[in-house]
Design a protein around this ligand. Sequence first.
Ligand code: 5GP
Ligand code: ZN
Length: 112
Amino acid sequence: MSCLFCKIIDGSIPSTAEYQDDRCYAFADIHPQAPVHLLIAPREHLVSLAEAGEEHPALLGHLLWVAANLARKKGLAKGYRVVINTGDDGGQTVDHLHVHLLGGRGMTWPPG
Ligand code: 5GP
Ligand code: ZN
């Protein structure tokens, strides 16, 4: 398995863990785009949201719940942004589904 995030999840590539459980692993983004920038990835290798199947809604919900818990833990009481870049047009660069949690500064809209 040559997937970067699978290697981060199995520990063969180091990362700064923020949370983990039997379904997901959350870690600090190596190039943070905000004072808080975490990535939440399922342990299961799923390429992107576009590959989610009928067996995945509970997992997808779990990832969002973990994002909300991490936002509370990080003190993001003023708000935050949750992003799932999907595919080329979505700006996805790592082909293992992940949720971005961004916070600690005001966000703009629309995104680039
Ligand atoms: P995407 O562009 O696919 O939505 O997000 C991929 C994210 O992974 C980017 O924000 C990028 O900074 C982050 N990233 C890429 N390589 C590594 C790495 O080796 N370690 C960590 N912690 N983050 C990475
Ligand atoms: Zn993977």
